[in-house]
Design a protein around this ligand. Structure first.
Ligand code: ADP
Ligand code: MG
Length: 615
C-alpha cells in the first residue's frame, strides 16, 4: 500500500494539471494511524464530490466495547461518531477554490438517531484488545481546483494534514467526550427498550413526563426553548418503566384501541401527535422527545389529493364510484382527498404484517366466508399484541384528513342516502379495524364529537396539558345520542395483496445505469419517474430517501418477478438488509444511506406513477 508521503508528492506533482488528472489518486493509502481509501474521484470541481473512507483500527480508535455492545448501542455510536466527524470537519475544513473545492463533509442528519452507512464499528479479532472497537468513516471531499485546474498544494494540505487532524479529533475515543458519548448510546438504548415494552403492556405509545414536544419553528426541529410547557401525564394514564440505563421513568401510556385527542385549537394536539408519529425513531439527547416512543409500525395517515394509486382495493372504504369505477382495483392518476386517504390506509395494512403464516388462525364455525378474504385478520388477531409483529397503528390528524372520509353525520345521512355516497366513513370502520385486524388508531379530532361513541380513550389537550376525559366523553355520548346509523357493515373487509407488473417498475428505461436522485426528504427520481413523497411525513432524513431509492432498484433486480406480492417483495428486501446491511443496496461503499421502514419503502413504490399490478 502506498503511504501518505507518496500521496503528498503525487498531489504536488498534479498541481496545475487538468482536473481529470485527479483520477490517478484513487486507491488506498497507509497513513500509519489509519487507512485512507479514495473510492471515487469526481470529474470536475462542480460535480458531486469525491468519495472517501478512513479506517481507523481498534488499537488506535480504542473505543471501549461497552458503548457498542448491543445493537441499539452500536447504531447509536455510529450515529454519534458521524456527528463528531461532522463537527471536527466543520471546524477545520474551509473553501479552497472553485465549486466544491475544500469541502469535507459527512452525510446530513437531524434530530433522529438512525442507522447510517456513514460510520461502522470495526471489531478487533485479536484477543488482547478484544473489547476495543475501530471505526470506518465515509465522507465526501471536494478536491480543490482553481478554475478547472488542480490546486495540488491545497489538495496535499487537505488530504495529508486536515483529514488526519479531523480523524484524530473525532474518531479516537481518548479525544472524545466520553460522558457525552455514553449519554448518546444509553439514551438510544433506553428508547429502544421502552418501545419494546409497549406491546406487552397493551400500549401503542408512551410520552414521558417532562418531554418537550414543541419545535422551535416549522423549519427547525430542535426543541422550543422559551415558554415550552413540559409534558405531564394525566394521573389515570400514568405508567412507569424501569429503563436499563436511566432507571425509573414515568409518563402517559396510550393504550391499544381507539384513542381520540381532543381540545381547542392551538392547544397542542397536533404537536403531541407529531411527537408520537416520529416516536418510531430514536432521538438525540436533548431533543426533548427522546422518551416519546411509538409502536414501530405506527403509520401516519393523511389525505393526499393528487397522488396516483395503482390497483389498490379500497372497497372497505369506497364503493359505487360514479361511472362505475372499480374500487376493488382502484387506479387513478389524481386521487381525491378521501380516495387517497383510503388508499394510504389500505397500503399500510397491505405491508403491515411481517410474515404470512397461513393456517395459524383458529377456524371458527360459520366464519367460512370471512376466512378466505381475511387471512390477514385471522393472523393478526393472534399476533397483534406479541413482540416483533408489525400490525400498523394508524395516526390521523384532522388538520390533514379529508373531512368526508372521517365523518358523515346524522343529518347528512338523512339528506344523502347511503347508496349515493361511495364513502364509508372512517368512523364506521375504526372499531372493526381494531376488532378484526388488531389495528389501533390515534386520532386528533377537535371538530366533531361523533367519535366519542367509538373511542376507548379520550385525551384532551388544554393549554398544552393532557387530561384524561374518557369518562366525561362517554357520559356526553350517552346523554346526547346522535343516533346516526352505522354504515360499516359486518366486518372491516378484505385486504387484497397486489402483484406488481415488473415492466411497470423499469427505472433504467433501456439505459444501463439507473438515475436515482433525491431532493431533501420530499422527492425522489427513479429513472425517468419523479416520485413525490412530500406527504409521507415519516421520512425524516434525505439519507432514508437515498436508501429507499436504492432499495427500489434492488427490489426490481432481485425480487419483482411478476409472481410475488408487494408485501412479499418488501419482506425479502427488508430481510436482506437486516441480514447483510444497507451496503447490499449499492455497488460501492455508500456513506449517505440511512435506515428506513418497510412502510416508507412501500410508500415510495406506491407513488410511482408508472406502477401497475396484475388484475
Ligand atoms: P392544535 O393542533 O391543537 O391546534 P398545535 O399542536 O398545532 O395545536 O400547537 C399550536 C402551537 O403551540 C404551535 O406553534 C406549537 O409549537 C405550540 N405548542 C404546542 N405544544 C406546546 C407546548 N407544550 N408548549 C409550548 N408551546 C406548544
Ligand atoms: Mg392541529
Amino acid at each position: 500500500m502506498t503511504n501518505k508521503e507518496t500521496l503528498q508528492r503525487h498531489l504536488l506533482q498534479l498541481d496545475n494539471r487538468g482536473y481529470k488528472a485527479y483520477k490517478d489518486i484513487q486507491g488506498n493509502y497507509d497513513f500509519s494511524e489509519f487507512t485512507l481509501i479514495i473510492d471515487y474521484v469526481q470529474g470536475d470541481p462542480f460535480a458531486s464530490p469525491s468519495k472517501f473512507r478512513v479506517r481507523v483500527p481498534p488499537n488506535i480508535a480504542q473505543i471501549p466495547g461497552e458503548v457498542f455492545n448491543s445493537r441499539s448501542r452500536e447504531i447509536a455510536l455510529r450515529d454519534y461518531l458521524t456527528r463528531q466527524f461532522d463537527r471536527a470537519a466543520h471546524s477545520i475544513s474551509s473553501k479552497r477554490g472553485t465549486g466544491k473545492s475544500g469541502m469535507i463533509a459527512v452525510t446530513g442528519f437531524g434530530q433522529e438517531v438512525l442507522e447510517r452507512t456513514s460510520a461502522f464499528i470495526i471489531s478487533s479479532n485479536t484477543s488482547d484488545i478484544e473489547d476495543l472497537g475501530g471505526v470506518e468513516l465515509r465522507f465526501a471531499v471536494g478536491l480543490p481546483a482553481g478554475g478547472r485546474s488542480i490546486l495540488g498544494r491545497q489538495a496535499a494540505e487537505m488530504l495529508c494534514e486536515d483529514i488526519p487532524q479531523i480523524v484524530s479529533n473525532s474518531l479516537k475515543y481518548s479525544h472524545l467526550n466520553a460522558a457525552e458519548c455514553r449519554r448518546h448510546v444509553e439514551t438510544v438504548e433506553d428508547a429502544d427498550w421502552l418501545r419494546q415494552q409497549l406491546a406487552e403492556n397493551g400500549l401503542v405509545a408512551f410520552v414521558a413526563d417532562g418531554a418537550i414536544l414543541p419545535r422551535r419553528s416549522g423549519v427547525d426541529n430542535s426543541p422550543l426553548l422559551n415558554n415550552a410547557v413540559a409534558f405531564q401525564a394525566p394521573p389515570s394514564l400514568k405508567v412507569e418503566f424501569n429503563c436499563p440505563n436511566r432507571g425509573l421513568i414515568s409518563g402517559m401510556g396510550i393504550p391499544a384501541g381507539i384513542t381520540l385527542i381532543v381540545g381547542g385549537g392551538y392547544h397542542g394536539k397536533s404537536t403531541l401527535l407529531r411527537a408520537i408519529e416520529l416516536g418510531v425513531y430514536n432521538r438525540i439527547p436533548g431533543d426533548g422527545r427522546e422518551f416519546v416512543v411509538a409502536n414501530p409500525a405506527a403509520v401516519k395517515i393523511r389525505a393526499e389529493d393528487g397522488r396516483s394509486v395503482a390497483g389498490v382495493d379500497i372497497s372497505p372504504f369506497i364503493n359505487h364510484l360514479p361511472q362505475g369505477r372499480d374500487t376493488a382495483q382502484f387506479y387513478t392518476e389524481n386521487a381525491s382527498g378521501s380516495t387517497s386517504q383510503a388508499a394510504n390506509i389500505i397500503e399500510a395494512l397491505e405491508v403491515g404484517r411481517k410474515k404470512k403464516e397461513e393456517g395459524r388462525g383458529k377456524k371458527e364455525e360459520g366464519r367460512g366466508k370471512k376466512e378466505e378474504a381475511q387471512y390477514f385478520v385471522l393472523e393478526t388477531q393472534l399476533v397483534a399484541i406479541s413482540e416483533g409483529d408489525l400490525v400498523p397503528v394508524l395516526l390521523v390528524d384532522e388538520d390533514t384528513a379529508a373531512t368526508n372520509f372521517m365523518i358523515r353525520d346524522r343529518r347528512m345521512q338523512e339528506l344523502i342516502a347511503k347508496d349515493k355516497e361511495p364513502i364509508t366513513p372512517f368512523i364506521d370502520k375504526v372499531k372493526q379495524l381494531y376488532a378484526d385486524c388488531g389495528v389501533s388508531t390515534i386520532l386528533v379530532m377537535g371538530g366533531s364529537g361523533d367519535y366519542f361513541d367509538v373511542a376507548d380513550t379520550v385525551i384532551s389537550m388544554d393549554n398544552f396539558q393532557a387530561y384524561n376525559v374518557t369518562e366525561k366523553a362517554k357520559e356526553i355520548a350517552k346523554n346526547y345520542s346522535i343516533s346516526r346509523a352505522a354504515e360499516g357493515g359486518e366486518t372491516f373487509g378484505k385486504i387484497t395483496q397486489r402483484v406488481p407488473i415488473p415492466a411497470s417498475l423499469d427505472p433504467s428505461r433501456g439505459r444501463r445505469d439507473v438515475r436515482v436522485k433525491v431532493r431533501d426528504v420530499d422527492e425522489l427520481a427513479f429513472g425517468t419517474e419523479e416520485i413525490d413523497l412530500g406527504a409521507v411525513e415519516q421520512i425524516v432524513d434525505s439519507g432514508q430517501l437515498r436508501a429507499i431509492a436504492a432499495a427500489m432498484v434492488y427490489a426490481k433486480q432481485q425480487y419483482i418477478d411478476g409472481k410475488r406480492t408487494l408485501s412479499e417483495i418488501i419482506d425479502l428486501v427488508m430481510a436482506d438488509i437486516e441480514a447483510q446491511g444497507m451496503d447490499i443496496l449499492s455497488h460501492f461503499p455508500e456513506g449517505d444511506f440511512a435506515m428506513f421502514r418497510r412502510f416508507e419503502l412501500a410508500a415510495a413504490i406506491n407513488r410511482l406513477r408508472s406502477l401497475s399490478v396484475f388484475a
